[in-house]
Design a protein around this ligand. Structure first.
Ligand code: GKR
Ligand code: MG
Length: 436
């Protein structure tokens, strides 16, 4: 079996005005959908980062991909490494959000390989008539748990004004609890993540405490300010949230760098506070894992097939974390159902997955879903592996065409949350790390 065609679809999907330490989400998030077809008529799909840079890097693999046997992924990866220009990212280099996984030019090889690997695994699954998780060695769970991903946000549903927003403005503790209640009512999540680094830390502490008092100790809480706090502030937030983050919670990327996180952890432990630290900013590749463990900077590594280099790399990471005595969870960025399925299949095939995975899925809409049959359903916060071959996803080509049309009409070609913040919230806003 050989791959006979590679098709790339750049799409735009509505994204609400979510806030983080990077700034403000643009009204549109960008994704690229990859379609590979074989000479036997099997089509495999994947979904990855959008805009010009990721597309150019995928385009640069075309000669290696077309004609390749989809089973021969290791050889393809090696050949990719030798290809110097697999690279051309958008002119202008790093964006302000370059620390967001997938936006970092250093992720380029892994994120590009991952997009091809996932589509090939979809082909392989379809060729042998088995779900991707079984191709990966078999599942250890049929249903994968995800967490409620809370954001502070402005009112509005993103896009061009034709998208409804059920959560409204969320800029304090009470509205965040309301947001969470609504999200849990719809999806049934049993773990909660708060994207922080937006309001004064005292207000974010209040939010976590209110969530704890609303949902109780059986619902683990995690807080992620994306490095917006100094070591000092991280320690005082860790102290203030000692109770609220116990029982399976964690502190995610409170401050920049492994050395900072190591100091926060050391100072918290010295005060008898055992809150684990998690990371998807300071730990983004295998060499970071060993260093993070040696420095005792990180106790939970956030995997993500999109930038760790695909589904098999996430399985290796899971094994490595287990061997090193670290936990593993999963990071997410704005995505649709194809990515959700890739995340679900690999999480099902990782014996060592210690926390519910993150997902931005609740922030996207039925209107933009490109999967035939519409959005995937969550039950009790979990997604079930479909009893279908491959990823279990068929594309809705009309919806895909609408996504491409939206992309053509808008001016965004790269995520820039700082620019959005300046346009809509504060004209002189710049990202400061740490801010508090
Ligand atoms: O979507 O604003 C966002 C998030 O902050 C995202 O960009 C991060 O990559 O969700 C992510 C995280 O956990 O750091
Ligand atoms: Mg994070």
């Amino acid at each position: 079996m050989r791959i006979s065609s590679l098709r790339l679809h750049s799409i735009a999907i509505a994204d609400p005005p979510l806030r983080s330490s990077y700034g403000l989400h643009a009204p549109w998030a960008l994704r690229t959908v990859v379609e590979l077809t074989t000479d036997e008529g099997i089509t495999g799909v994947s979904e990855t980062y959008g805009g010009e840079g990721p597309r150019a890097a995928l385009e640069a693999t075309r000669e290696l991909v077309v004609g390749m046997d989809p089973f021969q992924l290791a050889g393809f990866n090696a050949r990719m490494s030798q290809q110097a220009d697999l690279a051309a990212d958008v002119p202008g280099g790093r964006s302000q959000t370059w620390l967001v996984p997938g936006e970092n030019p250093l992720d380029r090889h892994n994120r590009t390989f991952a997009a091809i690997e996932i589509a090939c695994l979809d082909i392989i699954g379809k060729a042998v008539g088995r779900p991707v998780c079984d191709v990966l060695g078999g599942r250890v769970r049929d249903r994968v748990p995800f967490s409620a991903y809370l954001f502070y946000k402005h009112a509005g549903g993103g896009g061009n004004g034709q998208y409804t927003d059920k959560y409204g403005e969320v800029l304090d503790a009470q509205s965040a609890v309301r947001e969470c209640r609504d999200m849990i009512k719809e999806y049934g999540f049993r773990e909660i993540k708060l994207k922080a680094g937006v309001l004064d830390p005292a207000l974010e502490i209040d939010t976590i405490r209110e969530l704890r008092s609303e949902f109780g100790p059986t619902v683990p809480l995690r807080i992620d300010p994306n490095c917006a706090w100094s070591v000092e502030t991280s320690v005082s937030v860790g102290e203030a949230l000692k109770e609220a983050l116990s029982d399976g919670g964690y502190l995610e990327d409170p401050c920049p760098d492994l050395s900072g996180m190591s100091e926060v952890r050391r100072r918290l432990v010295a005060k008898g506070i055992d809150t684990p630290m998690a990371s998807n900013v300071a730990v983004t590749g295998f060499p970071d894992v060993a260093r993070a463990r040696d420095l005792e900077a990180v106790q939970i590594v956030l995997s993500d097939p999109h930038y760790w280099g695909g589904l098999r790399q996430v399985q290796y990471l899971s094994h490595l974390c287990q061997v090193l005595g670290l936990g593993m969870s999963m990071h997410s960025n704005s995505h649709l159902g194809v990515s959700l399925m890739a995340m679900t299949h690999v999480a099902a095939a990782c014996p060592h997955l210690t926390h519910a995975c993150d997902t931005h899925y609740p922030w996207q809409t039925e209107q933009d879903e490109i999967v035939a049959g519409g959005r995937f359903r969550f039950e009790d916060g979990a997604v079930e592996i479909p009893e279908k071959a491959g990823l279990g996803v068929d594309l809705d080509y009309d919806q895909l065409a609408r996504g491409c049309e939206r992309y053509r009409k808008i001016e965004f070609r790269k995520r820039d949350d700082e620019a959005e913040m300046r346009k809509h919230v504060a004209p002189n806003w710049t990202r400061m790390i740490p801010r508090w």
